[in-house]
Every structure is written in C-alpha cells, then in structure tokens.
Design a protein around this ligand. Structure first.
Ligand code: SF4
Length: 233
C-alpha cells in the first residue's frame, strides 16, 4: 500500500516491487542508457499504471515519451496561478501530440492561498493534486534534471518516492545544451516565457526571470529559502 497526502491508502494491485539493491543496479545501468531506452523500460514495466508529469516549460520529455508510447498519460497540475503563456503551451502541446492529457484542476480559494498561507500553498495545491493523479499508478516520470539546480545535482534516474511508487527521471543527466539541441532538432514546443528569461516556470506569484548566468531555478520563490515545491521529494 502506498501513502497519499491525506493519509488514505492508495491501492496498488500488482506493482512490481524493487529492492534498494535492484534500484541501485538500474541506476548504474541507466547512467549509460539513452532517455528513450529508460522510457521504454518504464513503459514495458508499468504502462498503463504509469504517467508523466509536465510543467510545460518545454515538451522535451513528452516528445520522447510519446515516441515510445503515444497513449502514455500526461498530467498537468493547473494550480489556478499559471501564467497565460503556460496555459497556451498546454494547449499547443496537447494539439501537437494528440496527448492523453489529464489536467488536475485546483478549486479557486478565497483568499488566495499563496497570499494567505504561502508556506502550505504548494503542498495543498500542487502535492495534493499530484497525490490524486497518482492514485492507482505504480510509477511516474518527470523531466527533472541534475543541472537545473545544485539541490538537484545528485538526483537519481530511478528511485522510490515517499508514496512507495517508482519515480523515473529519464533526462536527469541531460545538460541545458542537450535540452536546447533536442528542442531545435525535433522542433519541440516550448513555453514562450523561456525567451523572456524565465528558465524554470512555475506559478506567476512565485516565478521571476533569471539573471544571466544564474542557476536556472533561482527565479523560483526568489527572496525566500524555499527551493522545491515538494513534488519531487
Ligand atoms: S508555486 Fe507559489 S502559487 Fe504555486 S502552488 Fe506553490 S506557493 Fe502556491
């Protein structure tokens, strides 16, 4: 049984179990494998009890994943606080790939939670919706990369998350140049805010453009010591 945010149990009927040693062996192997090979393993092992979470900064992971399995479920968490450009990107990407897209919509709060309770906003808004999206799943994929921030530099390619689900980061070892090259070579849709200096794009109240040469995630929650919303713990 896996734990959900609300403390209820998420039933996993036939989730393949991996020991710590098996996960370590997979990581060693995947360090030498291409992202498509890692995604192929995730699809063969978990699909259809597998999804991919997308922030819609770009569609690189989506492009890679639908090439392996066109029906893979893509989850976007609509916090209600996204930039209009991000919502446009969701629609562009959905149309381009004919996605099996699941949008998790957060009910509007009054007063707005990011003002009333910024400490708990991410966990209530984002992590709660991710828990809902992962109910019944055995594994999920994200586009997390080590080069995005010092706090992500040791991110594994495959791990067990706090719910007990398998979390796969197929492009963990990609550099910013790798991403740019792939976008160019494959004409991948990107969020237009990237051209305005927003190198990591989250909710508008908590995202600023990044200074040239700075950590790509330094525009997230700038002015506070927060570095992660909790989705990737
Ligand atoms: S990024 Fe900001 S607005 Fe979005 S869920 Fe987190 S605290 Fe709330």
């Amino acid at each position: 049984m896996a734990r959900s945010e609300a403390g209820s149990a998420v039933s996993l009927v036939h989730a393949p179990q991996f020991t710590d040693e098996e996960l370590a062996d997979l990581n060693t192997k995947f360090e030498k494998e291409a992202a498509g090979t890692i995604i192929r393993w995730a699809v063969d092992t978990f699909h259809p009890h597998l999804c991919l979470t997308a922030s819609m900064t770009d569609a690189v992971l989506i492009d890679l994943a639908v090439a392996v399995e066109p029906s893979v479920e893509v989850v976007f968490i609509d916090t209600g606080y996204h930039f209009p450009e991000t919502l446009e990107t969701v629609e562009n990407v959905r149309r381009r790939y004919g996605l099996n897209l699941r949008i998790m919509t957060v009910a509007a709060q009054e007063p707005e939670l990011w003002k009333a309770d910024p400490e708990n906003c991410c966990s209530a808004v984002k992590v709660g919706q991710l828990d809902r999206a992962l109910s019944g799943k055995e594994a999920w994929m994200s586009g997390l990369r080590r080069s995005e921030a010092a706090t992500r530099s040791a991110a594994p390619i495959v791990a067990r998350d706090l719910r007990g689900l398998v979390k796969v980061n197929p492009i963990a070892k990609w550099t910013d140049l790798d991403v740019k090259g792939y976008i160019k070579d494959h004409d991948v849709p990107v969020n237009p805010l990237l051209d305005q200096g927003y190198l990591s794009i989250g909710c508008w109240p908590c995202t600023k453009p990044v200074e040239p040469g700075a950590d790509p995630r330094s525009g997230r929650w700038s002015g506070s010591d927060k570095t992660e919303c909790g989705l990737h713990y």
